[in-house]
Write a protein that binds this ligand. Structure first.
Ligand code: GEK
Length: 240
């Protein structure tokens, strides 16, 4: 059981930029579950889609794997196909804890503590970017998605889940309010919601669904669909 997230429960005098450090690792499962609408569904269905698209003798990547939730879901659904699962994260604290989880569940996932902009990607049939592209500098997102597309086998898929922004100001305000209501319903106080929001300012940079869809098409993905959305959180599937 992960500890409950109380990182922003007390007033922080000088609010630091949000970072994926030991303190976050300790509470991460609770934090992401209570903060991201549909998280459990997205993880479970990532596994199901990997089960459908993972090709024998290929690699499946979980980019920004954190504690390996998507990797473990993929592992469950792709057994016996001689697939190499590869999890990449640039937080040493995350990778260390992820390694413990993989050992406990006796799951063979190759873990790399690396930046996803630099990690080698090849012979891929499934690539997962679950809530990670949003932390990559905007200027580097096109090149990363192009590299993923170039490394994919025909018929492979990219699953891309993100917090999104709305071009329409009314919808932006509505969905931001609904997301905050979701967090309050999950036990976060007004102060926790406000402090977390400030800590993520200029760290998590959301884009619109059209920006994502256009980028994926420009990178050579043929069919692109939004298969899940709840408020300002969405997950897309892009077929190569
Ligand atoms: C899940 N996918 O449980 N290179 C490598 N890792 C990065 C980079 C980068 N440039 N930027 C951020 N990260 C997971 C959740 S969390 C999402 C992903 C969230 C890593 C960062 O260290 C963190 O572990 C992860 O991406 C983002 O489905 O907390 O909102």
């Amino acid at each position: 059981m992960s500890k409950s997230d109380t990182i922003y429960a007390r007033p922080h005098k000088a609010l630091q930029r949000f970072a994926f450090d030991e303190q976050v690792v300790e509470v991460f499962p609770d934090m992401i579950q209570r903060s991201v609408p549909g998280y459990a569904t997205i993880i479970a269905m990532t596994g199901v889609m990997a089960g459908r698209y993972a090709q024998p003798e290929s690699n499946c990547y979980d980019l920004g794997c954190s504690l390996g939730a998507s990797s473990l879901a993929m592992a469950r659904e792709t057994q016996g196909r001689n697939i190499q699962l590869i999890g990449v994260d640039n937080s040493a604290a995350m990778i260390e804890r992820c390694r413990e989880y993989c050992q406990q569940s006796n799951t063979d996932i190759h873990l790399r503590c690396e930046s996803i902009q630099e990690t080698e990607i090849r012979n891929a049939s499934v690539v997962v970017l679950n809530f990670t592209l949003q932390f990559v500098p905007e200027a580097e997102r096109n090149a990363l998605c192009q590299r993923i597309s170039d490394a994919m086998r025909p018929g492979g898929v990219l699953i891309l889940s993100e917090k999104i922004r709305f071009a329409d100001p009314h919808l932006q305000e509505l969905n931001t309010d609904l997301h905050h209501a979701f967090k309050r319903a999950n036990g976060y106080s007004e102060m926790e919601v406000a402090q977390k929001r400030s800590a993520l300012e200029n760290v998590l940079i959301p884009e619109t669904l059209s920006q994502h869809q256009n980028r994926l098409k420009n990178c050579g993905f043929t069919s692109v669909d939004v298969w899940f959305q709840c408020f300002n959180f969405a997950s897309m599937v892009a077929v190569k």
